[in-house]
Write a protein that binds this ligand. Sequence first.
Ligand code: CTP
Length: 390
Amino acid sequence: MKRILLIVGGGIAAYKSCELIRLCRRAGIEVTCVLTEGGTHFVTPMTLAALSERQVYTTLWDLKDEAEMGHIQLSRQADLVVVAPATADLLARMAAGVADDLATTLLLATDKPVLAAPAMNVRMWQHAATRRNVATLRADGVTVLEPDEGAMACGEYGPGRLPEPPAILAAIEAALAPDRRLEGRHILVTAGPTHEPIDPVRYIANRSSGKQGYAIAAACAAMGARVTLVSGPVALPAPAGTTRIEVETAREMAAAVEAALPADVAIMVAAVADWRVEGAADQKLKKSQGAPALSLVANPDILANVASSPARPRLVIGFAAETERVVEHATAKRTAKRADWIVANDVSGDVMGGDANAVHLVTDIGVETWPAASKAAVARRLAERIADAL
Ligand code: CTP
């Protein structure tokens, strides 16, 4: 029998945790509940105790057996720690490593995987501080689910609603029986933009944030792969379990990729600059010299080179960022670059820098159109497809 420790935070969505307990128990998962101080204002310990048929813990001081380090025991008896609803405050304290109540003490003391299902007001979810905390937690290896979008209890509309209990249960079941099919595989991922210098202070770049490539590196690592992430300049922490090699220019990226081979799979997600400035200036160009005439020369095509290298990985996957005739261009790119698969996305909207993505997977047998999803979900699906193919 699998066991979870369910931490119920102080949000209106706490009532949905009651339904989650029922669903878990029906799925044969034992649930022990911890209710935060804030949580007691939304559901009672009695409700959770009745549904879980187990004692409910609320404060650090009601663990009678502190001699046995009760709070550590509690976090270790479970196979998974689930935080639902994870409020903005709880996520912030988790990200900072604060341990000022029973819930956060357990979260800091646990050696088990942690899954958080956020629920909060849309502005709180979109606030820079929450964005930063979620990125930190994900880099620490915590699975933070994407909240649902819709009408909120506070009358606003947008992302921030607790995912529906069946969706949380599915994530719990996935976390309890992790897919480790990429164990023993070496996967090489490129991500982010490249910066091509004009002079020591100026460069040519593009709008790539690196988010999709980083999500793919994280998804492959979560499935057990050894991941080398060759990254252009981005503002993201290296995902847990990956080895990151930071580069700036396309030529540096090409060299790092070559040095990282052999690999079983290469996934070239980087938005590599097609051209660089020929003879970039050693000293800062002065305005008084007048507008410089920049002469551009082609950069190496890293994807094409990897796909025709003697050390060609078994599966070579490219990306195609297109603004029109997406599938047609992607199909042509697959052939021209000798990639096995091309993941094509329409970047005419706000995909670049955003958190969601809608893609088409172009393979030798045809085109699959995937429904729009978070970049993390697209990454998971791609990692699963890779495991199927190997
Ligand atoms: N790519 C690469 N090296 C380059 C250029 C692109 O490895 N110098 C890879 C990207 O990582 C991506 C794929 O090639 O996987 C597609 O890149 P994209 O820029 O969309 O295609 P291009 O070949 O540059 O074609 P175009 O700019 O005309 O769309």
